[in-house]
Design a protein around this ligand. Structure first.
Ligand SMILES: [Zn+2]
Ligand SMILES: [Zn+2]
Length: 402
């Protein structure tokens, strides 16, 4: 199987047909921003909201100080919610649950373990107990205490929207709350129904996952709360900072769309992180400049071409052996082409729907070099060398490397 990015296929097809292509987004990718900066794309900006309505004011709540003992809703956020409810305005609370359970963070100082080679978050493994980089397979013993401040380290197991709902009911018993996540969407048929009830004013607060981050337009919403900006920030993916920036901009875009001005509260243990600072100032240029410099330094797109070879199977031993065999099969070509091969390593989502997942990460200076090595890899996958129980997927310019 071979995957390509839909956006890039559209751009290429437009090129082949000699027609213009319009990419539209409130949060363009760094690749597109870099193409615009290089003059490859013409950039058109909409700088103002409709009727020149003001952009919302964003405030950071430092959970290391304002957290109420691990509660999902900090005191400043509860106070802001109380005000909105008293004024008969509405609020959106956003909790991204896509954090996986093996994310470690010190709630006292914000420390997160990172790979010294790959500039991504390390993933916690339990037997043996160690932190592992799932790009290059770097390993180190996982300590129980924070290496930075000595506090006990918590293993965060993605506290979800249901817990937030219970906290909300306890702290603000009069608040009328609707919840929207994949569980609700499944139980009650359609998420459309929940959104319509919220639009009709049947609730004060809509609490949800990324399902409520984009595109919604409720004029009475004057407060947006991001319960945990760190979930996205510390995903072990080289695009984690970019995702977080985009997510915060999109979520903030839900506040103050009507005549009443909006406010955004972002709860985080990493208030000094450049992605969070830039999002709070709505400063895309500052974010892009800094993030692009870091990508260049660490060797990630748009400065290199990336592809993954993903191997999945029901038996982990088979998958691991096949991954090593595939790595051996492409090594010679990779060296000849100057293509870096990272791994094989288990993916951060090491098991999905009963299948174990390992991958190889390929970094190349140009697309033709990458294609040459991928072709060798795919030839191996189509040969008898590949165990029948193991599936191979090549992902070119992957959207996620998780
Ligand atoms: Zn600490
Ligand atoms: Zn690494």
């Amino acid at each position: 199987m071979l995957r390509y990015h839909g956006r890039d296929v559209a751009v290429r097809r437009a090129q082949m047909l000699g027609i213009p292509v319009v990419l539209g987004s409130a949060t363009p990718s760094l690749e597109s921003l870099a193409n615009a900066a290089r003059g490859k794309y013409a950039r058109l900006s909409l700088r103002e909201r409709v009727d020149r309505r003001p952009m919302p004011v964003t405030r950071v709540v430092d959970l290391r100080r304002d957290g109420s003992g691990g509660a999902l809703l900090s005191r400043p956020l509860l106070a802001a919610l109380g005000e909105r409810i008293a004024r008969k305005e509405q609020a959106l609370l956003f909790l991204n649950r896509r954090g996986h359970s093996h994310h470690t963070q010190c709630r006292a100082c914000g420390f997160v373990p990172g790979c010294p080679h790959c500039d991504i978050t390390l993933t916690l493994h339990l037997s043996p107990r160690e932190w592992r980089c799932h790009y290059c397979d770097h390993r180190e013993p996982a300590s129980g205490a924070c290496p930075q401040c000595g506090a006990a380290l918590l293993r965060l197991s993605g506290a979800g929207t249901q817990r937030a709902e219970r906290e909300l009911a306890a702290a603000l018993p009069s608040a009328r709350v609707l919840r929207l996540d994949t569980d609700v969407a499944r139980e009650q048929g359609t998420s459309e129904d929940v959104l319509q009830r919220f639009a009709r004013g049947e609730a004060d607060v809509l609490l949800g996952t990324q399902m409520i981050a984009k595109g919604l337009d409720f004029p009475r919403v004057t407060l947006v709360g991001v319960l945990d900006a760190d979930v996205a920030l510390h995903l072990p993916d080289f695009r984690a900072a970019e995702r977080t920036f985009q997510l915060l901009i999109q979520v903030a875009g839900r506040a103050g769309r009507g005549r009443m001005p909006g406010e955004v509260l972002v709860q985080t243990c990493s208030p000094e992180h450049p992605a969070i600072l830039a999002a709070c100032r709505d400063d895309e240029a500052a974010f892009a400049t800094r993030e692009l410099a870091e990508r260049r330094e660490a060797g990630y797109p748009p400065f290199v071409r990336l592809a993954t070879l993903l191997l999945t199977g029901a038996d982990e031993g088979d998958v691991e052996r096949a991954s090593n065999a595939l790595a051996d099969a492409i090594r010679g070509d990779a060296e000849a082409q100057g293509v870096t091969v990272l791994g094989p390593a288990p993916q951060a989502l090491a098991r999905l729907r009963g299948r174990h997942r390992w991958h190889l990460l390929l970094k190349a200076a140009s697309a033709p070099k990458l294609r040459t090595v991928l072709a060798t890899g795919l030839a191996w996958a189509e040969s008898k060398a590949r165990p029948a129980s193991v599936r191979v997927v090549a992902d070119v310019d992957p959207v996620e490397v998780l």
